[in-house]
Design a protein around this ligand. Structure first.
Ligand code: INI
Length: 167
């Protein structure tokens, strides 16, 4: 039987950085509430969460890169909202933000989580920020907790394979 490896949802002792855009703050403030709620419920201490506000989604990837490489955090959660109805250059902002966060995540040693709401209308965005469709911030934080745990398991397997860890 194959071995299955999965992360646990345990935030005890974790330090989390949350990068939050002020653009569409009526949405992003709800995403932040959802993410913080999730982290607190899973054992992350309030004093171990740091929130970094940026002007817009465009600024999120570079900020996340700095935080992920700082060595001060176990995970980085990116929260923003890009709404097509309000954004003539929706595709550029949404596309580059997604690509940027993805690239930062590939290069980082800690999980960098994509918690950006992209929506055609304000109503859709509101739905995804805690109204009808759940809260994308909460979901992003859950993903972050799981991935921290999985990365640690993978690192443990690596040490074991190279003979540096416990058998
Ligand atoms: N930033 C967002 O986070 N969401 C948007 O919908 C948005 N719109 O509509 O343009 C937006 N623009 C600002 C952008 O992210 C940068 O802050 C700005 O271009 C300065 O670099």
């Amino acid at each position: 039987m194959a071995r299955v490896h999965e992360g646990k949802l345990d935030g005890k002792g974790l330090k989390a950085a949350l990068v939050v855009s002020r653009f569409n703050s009526f949405i992003t403030s709800k995403l932040l509430e959802g993410a913080a709620d999730c982290l607190l419920r899973h054992g992350v201490k309030d004093e171990d969460m740091d929130v970094f506000m940026v002007p817009g989604a465009w600024e999120i990837p570079a900020t996340a890169a700095g935080l992920a490489g700082s060595g001060g955090f176990d995970l980085v959660i990116c929260l923003g909202a890009v709404i097509r109805g309000e954004t003539p250059h929706f595709d550029q902002v949404a596309g580059e933000t997604a690509r940027g966060i993805g690239r930062v995540g590939m290069e980082a040693k800690v999980p960098v989580i994509y918690g950006i709401v992209t929506a055609d209308t304000v109503e859709q965005a509101v739905d995804r920020a805690g109204a009808k469709g759940g809260n994308r911030g909460f979901d992003a934080a859950m993903t972050g907790l799981e991935m921290v745990s999985l990365y640690r398991k993978i690192a443990g397997l690596g040490k074991q394979a190279s003979g540096k860890g416990k058998p």
